[in-house]
Design a protein around this ligand. Structure first.
Ligand code: B12
Length: 236
């Protein structure tokens, strides 16, 4: 049992996870976490070459990357849940997107980002994305709820965006009002998800001729993402 966290983390990174960490969910109401006290939070980084080309809007390459990473996250969640169950614990895997979404409010009961900040993976930027130190916001994330005794990380409770407004200025929908996030600040106080979705649909139609809310301009603009792209370019 004592070997579980290390072995488990290695399994997930070998299967393609770029960041893995564990969160204490006990501060959240039991109904949103299916009564389970902890979670595994995972992130898969987007291809820096693909993200570097979406500064003006989405591309077909980005759409393909988006789908592939969603599939990988689904697979990682299933593998994580299988492993935990085989070790005698409860485990509840989630899909990367579109699961349990209330289409009127564009929200889920327990967003992946909540679990990610509780797992210490990063903070929430001004465009409501999880920003990680290593990959900026160029990550997609997933979660598995569990009762396994995993070593939980220290939650991130405040933003490191300071006075940067690059993503705010880049958003074609004007969705963000520039306010910095801190744990407990509701999305609607600083980010208009309806404006984001409308603009993303319009961009996707204009650039790649599809009816889907995919944009990513805030991801590509973020200086933390730019640093990831630049570093990847230098080492290739
Ligand atoms: C509905 C949804 C949308 C909606 C609404 C977006 C939104 N920000 O809520 C629309 C259609 C607009 C959308 C658009 C996009 N989406 Co989307 N979407 C989702 C989905 C399915 C649910 C999000 C949700 O529940 N929102 C409700 C609000 C309240 O929560 P939230 O904004 O997600 O996060 C808040 C809480 O986590 C809270 N919080 C954070 N820490 C803590 C800690 C505590 C203790 C508490 C109480 C709260 C708290 O602060 C956050 C900010 O307000 C998630 C997948 C998932 N199941 O989580 C993907 C997800 C958020 N989307 C994602 C992405 C990438 C996008 C797009 C870039 C798509 C694209 N490729 O073009 C755009 C732009 C998004 C943007 N700038 O926010 C990624 C984000 C990855 C990242 N780095 O953050 C996710 C996580 C999918 C994934 N598997 O990776 N999306």
């Amino acid at each position: 049992m004592s070997n579980l966290p290390g072995e488990f983390e290695s399994l997930l990174t070998e299967c393609g996870a770029d960041l893995v960490s564990f969160a204490d969910l006990s501060g959240l109401v039991p109904s949103v976490r299916s009564g389970l006290p902890r979670a595994v939070s995972m992130a898969v980084a987007l291809d820096p070459g693909v993200v570097g080309k979406i500064t003006e809007g989405p591309t077909l390459e980005y759409m393909e990357e988006y789908k592939a990473v969603n599939e990988l996250l689904g697979e990682l969640s299933r593998k994580a849940a299988e492993y935990l169950t085989a070790n005698g614990f409860k485990a509840l895997p989630y899909a990367a997107t579109d699961e349990g979404v209330d289409s009127r409010t564009h929200s889920t009961e327990l967003p992946h980002k909540t679990v990610a900040t509780l797992a210490g993976l990063g903070w929430i930027g001004k465009c409501a994305l999880l920003v990680t130190e290593r990959y900026g916001s160029a990550v997609r994330i997933g979660k598995v709820l569990t009762d396994a005794t995993l070593p939980v990380a220290k939650p991130v409770v405040e933003s490191r965006c300071e006075d940067c407004t690059v993503c705010v200025d880049a958003c074609p929908g004007g969705a963000a009002n520039g306010r910095n996030w801190e744990a407990g600040l509701e999305r609607n106080r600083f980010f208009d998800a309806h404006a984001c979705r409308r603009a993303a649909r319009a961009k996707a139609k204009e650039r790649i001729g599809i009816l889907y809310a995919i944009c990513g301009m805030c991801i590509a603009a973020c200086p933390w993402t730019r640093r990831y792209i630049d570093e990847a370019g230098r080492s290739s």
